[in-house]
Structures are given as C-alpha cells and as structure tokens.
Write a protein that binds this ligand. Structure first.
Ligand SMILES: [Zn+2]
Length: 406
C-alpha cells in the first residue's frame, strides 16, 4: 500500500484485531458481541471497545437477532455498514481501462470501459489521472465518501511503493510512480497489485476458490501466468515476485520469447501464439471449419466444440502444454483446486480433460487424485480484482484503521 506510515507495535496489534473483528462481522453478520469475543479470541472488553469505534465511524451497525427458539428479548447483532463508503477500482489492460465505483460490500455503483491507446504522445501516468478525474466529474452525483483506490494491471510492479517498473503492451512505461502520484492527487490510500495475483485473491474472497486453503489459478490470455494460494495466503503477496509459469521452458527449440529465453510456455499458449499457430496449420488443412469465418478465439473454440479435428487438436495442445507445467506445480503445492481463467474456457470440454490427463499422468497420484480442475468465476476483465484488494485491506486492518481515524 502507498502513503501509509509504519505503525508501532501497539498500533499494529490494534490494526490486526480491528481487521479480524471486521472480517467476522462482514462474513457472519448479524453476529453478537459474545460470539465475536469467542470467535476472535479477544476479551469482551476489547470487543466492546473495537465495536464502539466502528459504530461511531459508521462502519458497523446494530440490528436485532431473534433466536427462533427463544421467547426472550431479542439479542443485539452487528452488521457491516457499507453503502456510505465508496472506492474506485481501476483496471488497466491491453488497449483498455476499466473504472468502477463500488461500495464497501463490493457492490457495483457504476462501471465504465474506455479505450486506452497503447501508444500516445501523453505519458500513460497522465492519461490514467485524466481518466480518473473525468470519471469522478461524470459520476459526482453518485459518489459517497471515497475511501481508497485499487488498481490492477499486468507488469513488473513494486506493490509496496506503487511503482510500475515495466508493463507489457505500453512500451513507454518505465518506473512509473503510479501509487505515490495518485495518493497525492486524491488524498486516499492507493492499493496496486499485479492483475493475476489480484484476480487470484478475488476468486478466493468472492468466487470459485472461496473456502479452499490451497489453490493454483492459471491464467491463459495475452499473457500466461499463475497465482498460488498456500495455506490460505497468497504466495508473494506484498512483493513484486510472481508465479512466472509463462516463462517456464516447454520447447527448448521453440520461438524466442521477449524475456530473452526460448520456447517459454507463453510463446506457445498465449492467445496470440495460439492464433498464429492456428493460422499456419489452417494452410495445411483445407477441410477445417476454421476457413469459414475470420479466425478468433471464439471461432476456434466454437469449431473445437463442434468437433473440428484441427481446432480440437490446437486446443488439446494448449491443455497439454499448460498441463505439463501444472503437473509439476501440483507436486510442489498439493492444491485442492486448480482454477483456469482463460478465453479458451469457451472450449472447456476439450481444454480441461487435456489438462487433467496431464496432471493425472505426470504428478504424484496421492496429490492429483483430490485435485479438481475448474473455471474461474470471474473473467480477466472488469474490476472484481480491485475489489479484492480493498476487501483484503479492510480485513488486514490497514484500510480499516484509516477509516476509524476519519
Ligand atoms: Zn519467456
């Protein structure tokens, strides 16, 4: 997170406890103070104090809980109060920017998708700030109190300092101080995370991997990468490191990759490489259905599902190449769940069995037998990934403490 001073030890404990209590109220509410004390393992006096501060700040509210079996006075339960607090979730991807206003329950107030030219006379930093300013002007009538800005994007990112060192697709980006500039411009904390890591957090908090302790999420899109949750925590959270499966070699004699090596998974399984390969192979297979319309991910997946041999073979090889790397990861992390987030999921009935076969044949049977391969709930678009960053900052207390202090 950007623009936050290091708290002292006591403040750190207060922050952690407040975050834990808020999480329980958010996930279980309405919940009584007695239950909170038991679940958070904090003394009743501590709960009373934390809850009082949250009530005064309008972050939680009281409500009656009537136990259906009892005829006594209803107990007082606590619920989060979310509608008066908004945040901006922003996503920069290839050629576009998504901006969304959400309330603290992650509910969408308004979302826009705008074009963002890959090259422009104006630096990307200026263009992002202009988009944010104009978005707030357009929607000022809907805006409640702004609490934070959450940004997700691809690239080499220092999440602590908010510096974007490099980005794919936007070649002019070099050490862009996005976090600091935006925090100074808006006066609210700015959370920045790599889009695949943030999407992995979003699936764990709101989506397909909710409740799972060990998860591998693979993204096959313009880039190929992964997020890993191990024992309930995102691997590499708070650092610029990523689970770079896209740059694992699958073909020693393969194409040169932009990372400097040869035959990386990304040069074989990314959307662009798969379409390029399909174009070459179409010339050798005149009977393929793929000749009937312009070649896109959609037409390729549709042809595969309809049984076109060439299209099926191409999707199966994507699954086999990704599956080979995943089999190694299964041995390393022993996940309960493997999530695949990809536009190729349109041909999931071809892609997933190819991936599962590799895992079953190439990883430890004791591990692979309880591993399920499933689709992500969200797509690699929109701003749920940003919503996950804000939820995480509330739960770990960093954002919550700022809101309590007003
Ligand atoms: Zn590479």
């Amino acid at each position: 997170m950007v623009a936050d001073s290091q708290p002292g030890h006591i403040d750190q404990i207060k922050q952690t406890n407040a975050g834990a209590v808020y999480r329980l109220i958010d996930q279980l509410g309405p919940v009584s103070r007695i239950d909170l004390s038991r679940l958070a393992q904090l003394a009743p006096a501590s709960i009373t104090k934390i809850v009082r501060e949250m009530l005064e700040a309008h972050l939680v509210q009281e409500t009656e809980i009537q136990d259906p079996g009892s005829r006594g006075r209803p107990a007082v339960g606590l619920m989060v109060e979310t509608e008066a607090w908004h945040y901006l979730a922003l996503r920069v991807s290839r050629g576009e920017i998504h901006l969304a206003l959400r309330d603290l329950s992650s509910k969408l107030v308004v979302e826009e998708r705008l074009e963002l030219a890959l090259q422009d006379a104006q630096p990307l930093l200026h263009r992002i700030i202009t988009h944010i300013d104009q978005f707030f002007i357009r929607h000022q009538g809907k805006l409640e109190r702004l609490t934070a800005i959450a940004i997700t994007l691809p690239g080499i990112i220092d999440t602590e300092s908010g510096i974007i060192h490099r980005m794919p697709f936007y070649e002019d980006v070099k050490d862009m101080p996005l976090g600091e500039t935006l925090a100074a411009h808006t006066g609210v904390p700015v959370y920045i995370q790599h889009d695949i890591s943030a999407w992995t957090m979003a699936e764990a908090l709101f989506g397909a991997s909710r409740g799972a302790r060990d998860v591998i999420q693979v993204v096959i899109d313009h880039n190929v990468g992964a997020g890993v949750i191990t024992d309930g925590r995102l691997l590499h959270a708070g650092s610029s490191s990523l689970v770079e499966i896209g740059h694992t070699q699958v073909d020693p004699y393969g194409k040169r990759c932009y990372c400097g090596n040869h035959g990386c998974l990304e040069t074989i399984a990314s959307v662009e490489s798969v379409l390029e390969l399909a174009q070459v192979r179409m010339n050798q297979s005149m009977s393929s259905m793929l000749h009937q319309q312009p070649l896109t991910v959609e037409s390729l997946c549709l042809a595969a599902v309809k049984g076109d041999l060439l299209a099926k073979d191409i999707i199966t090889s994507v699954g086999t190449n990704v599956g080979r790397i995943l089999a190694i990861m299964v041995n390393l992390f022993n996940p309960q769940k493997i999530l695949i987030g990809s536009p190729f999921n349109q041909a999931a009935e071809i892609l997933f069995p190819a991936i599962s076969d590799c895992i079953r044949q190439q990883s430890l049977p004791a591990y692979s037998k309880h591993t399920a391969v499933e689709q992500t709930q969200f797509s690699n678009r929109g701003t749920m990934a940003g919503a996950a960053l804000v939820k995480d900052a509330l739960y770990n207390g960093t954002l919550l403490i700022r809101l309590l202090q007003g």
